[in-house]
Design a protein around this ligand. Structure first.
Ligand code: AMP
Length: 137
């Protein structure tokens, strides 16, 4: 897609530090390293929303995460990692082409990726919300 930075990287019009590419997706280092080895898994298919990806693209991102999270962890000798997917601006998405971050983590690295609870919901409310979501499927 025109004006999409990730489409330009996929097309080779903008350089990237690639670690993997196949017919469905590419994996390269994020230019702003949240930590050493911070990778992006980017499907070739252009869609802003992850949940709008068609065919095998999303499943393939999962397979690549399975493989490259472990590889990255070994390569930079991290103690763990976070998988992060920002979807839409409200959730922090800056590049409107679906992608998944792999962020290696170390003790005391100061990076916070844990969801912050806003309140504790009671059981009845949780059941009601679960029913709401099931009903939307
Ligand atoms: P998000 O906030 O989830 O949309 O993340 C987009 C990510 O793309 C950011 O972490 C950026 O640092 C990264 N990014 C933007 N431009 C480039 C680029 N040319 N090469 C590599 N990563 C990029």
């Amino acid at each position: 897609m025109e004006d999409c930075i990730f489409c330009k990287i996929i097309a080779g019009e903008i350089p990237s530090a690639r670690v993997h590419e196949d017919e469905t997706a590419i994996v390269f280092l994020d230019i702003n390293q949240a930590s050493k080895g911070h990778l992006l898994i980017v499907p070739r298919q252009h869609t802003a929303d992850f949940h709008e990806l068609e065919g095998d693209a999303a499943a393939h991102m999962g397979r690549l995460a399975l493989e490259w999270a472990g590889v990255a962890m070994r390569a930079v000798e991290s103690e763990g990692y976070n998988l992060l997917l920002n979807n839409r601006k409200v959730a922090g998405q800056e590049v409107m082409h679906a992608h998944l971050h792999i962020i290696p983590r170390w003790t005391g690295d100061g990076y916070r990726m844990t969801p912050i609870p806003t309140r504790i919901a009671d059981g009845a409310e949780l059941q009601e919300t679960a029913a709401l979501i099931r009903g939307q499927r």
